[in-house]
Design a protein. Structure first.
Length: 734
């Protein structure tokens, strides 16, 4: 591929985010965080606000995980102060930034004044108005040179070199066409006067140019050119990242907000480069189990689902997991647990939204290696001791390692050709990745897993931070508080670098250490000014010797510190182990005590239940006996009532017979005695007979009772009436 294919490929070649273990990138972000905070009135409400400031000020994308350690270092160095979730500049840092900005403005003013004097010397007739136009064009021209030539623009500081001559020729050939349109005389004047600033720079002009170049150097550390992105995408095709369950927690929102944001952001950046994301069936099963377990836990805590307890339950729900998600949703929006779990029942849709696929390729083969899975699961268990995990969880981690290593295949495996990774927040798995069984398995050259913080560094190194590279450089160049570093005298740099090969212990690292040490640079400057080569050599030799000794002392101190930390770590791990053993013992004792209490409670309950059953049985028997007594009493009452009714009936019958007999007797007497003995008249006789018959009929009615008496009375009365009529007719005829 030629430079013509990718015009700014030199920007890609200059990019070195991992220089000095990533410290170059850290140093650049450190300066920019200070500058952004100063521009924002010295305060930032949160890391997210700081990230937004980078985008607003310079159109630069930085990640929260990149900024967090930088801000922590600044706080530790007392340049920043914590203010709740935010942070602000310490007074000393604020004063230092303002002092450097003020000094920079003075240097800039002197540099441009010296250039104006040179212009008036060359072109005495230039008016003040024309000088103002030239001054503005000069600023823009210098920015264009730096934007176009990148690191090569540093040749402006060394105009005496042959390479610089060729550089200036290129600048003259195509360095003015992007400037604002001017009349022909002004364009000619501009071509003659602008180069005076860089052809033979004065000390102030050199310092000003060095400051601009230092700012542009940020871009060589921060980002590749956007035009080189497709080169990276071609290399990333076919690379696949398998996600651990704990990472899926963050994707589904079951983690702190910053982790949720960072995880989703990492997926976005990785997809832009062409990475694929996948999960194994084992991880999906583990996720289902975790959701089901959380559902049971929340159902048992249903009595706590009250607004006044939501914040407390959120605090005790842990840093991540679905219990936290439920309480977070309830605390924020009063979302009921059922609604949260209804959504989680379809979490596959959420994974699809982030282009995460379930892939089982190679899983069956791993599952058939049952003995090997158990062997590797025991290694995971040993790494996690004394903390206990369920066997299915240990086997999940073991299977994922075996799968990744199988997919990578044999041969030399490095970061560029590994192609398969397991992304996890678990800090134990990287150590497990270095362990192998005692059966001859070789130790892998590359761990099967990677942490999100490590992956984001790789992804960020391959992803442009800005869409418009040139615009971002110009924004940085014109921003206050950016790039104000005191430039080291080129003569000192030449002496330190040029003599590096003359000393036995010299190295590039020591040279950098010398050039960043103000005291050593000052000593060498004084030696250079004396123009005594022996003094210069002695000063440089002393500087290398001192730097080497300090380097060795620093290394020794670091080793001692590491040893001390390891000792403290071992002691802490011992205390943790003891605490875990004590905790396990306490839990077992609590379980035994709880078991005894449960047994006693159960026995007491059974005893009470038996007593209740006996009381119930006795009460039932008493009720049945009472019911039988009541039935017997009812029978006796009924018999007495029947006897009374019979007695009453007999009395009524006797009275009826007596009354009826009297009426019959009276009727017979009236009909016979009166008609035969006492009465002689025919009508009287007829009346007595009929009257007697009536009385007799009444007596018969009474004697017959209610059942037959009415009928007898009816027919008897009818016959009596007929008889009376007949008698009346007969007597009347006579």
């Amino acid at each position: 591929m030629t430079v013509a294919t990718v015009p700014n490929v030199r920007r890609l070649a200059q990019y070195r985010p991992f220089e000095l273990g990533g410290l170059d990138l850290r140093a650049v972000l450190r300066d920019l965080v200070l500058a952004a905070t100063a521009i924002n009135d010295g305060e930032m409400d949160s890391i997210f606000d700081c990230r937004s400031a980078f985008a607003d000020l310079w159109e630069l994308e930085v990640e929260v995980e990149e900024l967090r350690p930088v801000i922590e270092d600044l706080v530790e160095d007392q340049l920043m102060e914590r203010e709740g979730k935010g942070f602000g500049l310490a007074n000393a840092a604020r004063a230092d930034l303002e002092a450097r900005a003020c000094e920079w403005e003075k240097t800039e003013e002197r540099a441009f004044r010296e250039w104006e004097l040179a212009v008036r010397k060359e072109k005495p007739g230039v008016s003040d108005d024309d000088m103002d136009v030239l001054r503005e064009d000069l600023r823009q021209w210098l920015r264009l040179i730096i934007v176009r030539h990148g690191a090569e623009a540093a040749l402006m500081l060394y105009p005496e070199q042959e390479r610089a001559r060729r550089f200036f020729e290129d600048v003259d050939a195509r360095g003015f066409e992007s400037l604002p349109e001017r009349n022909r005389d002004m364009q000619r004047l501009r071509r003659d006067t602008l180069p005076l600033f860089i052809r033979c720079p004065t000390p102030d002009q050199r310092s000003f140019l060095a400051g601009l170049l230092n700012t542009s150097f940020y871009m060589s550390v921060l980002t590749i050119d956007p035009e080189a992105k497709h080169l990276v995408q071609e290399q990333m095709k076919g690379h696949r990242i398998y996600l651990d369950t704990n990472f899926l927690y963050a994707i589904l929102g079951a983690a702190p907000p910053e982790e949720v944001y960072s995880s989703r952001r990492l997926l976005q950046l990785s997809r832009e480069l062409g990475f694929e994301f996948a999960v194994t069936p084992w991880t999906m099963s583990e996720l289902h189990t975790s959701i089901a377990r959380s559902r049971r836990d929340i159902e048992q805590q249903s009595r706590f689902i009250r607004p006044e307890l939501a914040r407390t339950m959120l605090r005790v729900a842990g840093e991540k997991g679905f219990n936290r998600l439920v309480w977070q949703a309830y605390n924020d929006n009063k979302t009921q647990p059922k609604d949260v779990f209804d959504r989680l029942d379809h979490f596959q849709r959420e994974l699809e939204r982030y282009a995460i696929k379930e892939i089982d390729h190679g899983c069956k083969t791993v599952e058939r290696q049952e003995e090997r899975v158990k062997l590797y699961a025991s290694l995971v268990n040993a790494e996690r001791f004394p903390y206990l995990r369920e066997p299915v969880v240990l086997e999940h981690d073991a299977k994922c390692r075996l799968l990744i290593e199988r997919l990578r295949g044999d041969g030399k495996v490095n970061v560029s050709n590994a192609r398969f990774w397991f992304l996890t927040y678990d800090t134990k798995l990287p150590r497990f990745a270095q362990r192998v069984p005692d059966n001859g398995d070789p130790v892998p050259e590359l761990p099967f897993c990677i942490s999100p913080s490590a992956l984001v560094q790789i992804i960020r190194a391959l992803t442009p931070r800005t869409v418009d590279f040139d615009r971002t450089v110009v924004d940085l160049l014109t921003s206050p508080f950016v790039g104000y570093r005191q430039a080291v005298d080129p003569a000192v740099v030449q002496e330190v670098i040029g003599r590096m090969d003359h000393f036995e212990d010299a190295s590039a690292e020591l040279a950098i250490a010398i050039l960043t040490d103000t005291a050593k640079v000052s000593e060498i400057e004084q030696a250079v000014e004396s123009e005594d080569d022996d003094k210069v050599e002695e000063a440089v030799r002393s500087a290398y010797s001192t730097a080497g000794r300090e380097w060795q002392e620093a290394v020794a101190a670091s080793e001692r510190r590491v040893a001390q930390i390891e000792k403290e770590l071992a002691a802490a791990e011992g205390r943790v182990a003891e605490a875990e053993i004590a905790r396990t013992r306490d839990l077992e004792e609590a379980e035994r005590k709880q078991g005894r209490e449960v047994g006693d409670a159960k026995a007491n309950f059974e005893r009470q239940r038996a007593e209740w059953e006996d009381e119930k049985k006795a009460l039932t028997e008493r009720i049945e006996s009472a019911e039988q007594t009541r039935d017997a009493a009812d029978d006796r009452i009924k018999a007495i009532e029947d006897q009374m009714k019979a007695a009453d009936e007999r009395k009524r019958r006797s009275r009826r017979i007596s009354v009826g007999g009297l009426f019959v007797a009276a009727g017979v007497a009236a009909a016979l005695v009166l008609s035969l003995l006492a009465v002689t008249d025919e009508w009287a006789i007829a009346g007595s007979v009929i009257g007697g018959a009536g009385l007799t009929l009444v007596g018969v009615r009474v004697l017959a009772g209610k059942e037959h008496g009415k009928e007898i009375a009816l027919w008897g009365g009818t016959l009596l009436a007929i008889a009376a009529i007949v008698v009346s007719i007969v007597l009347g005829a006579e």
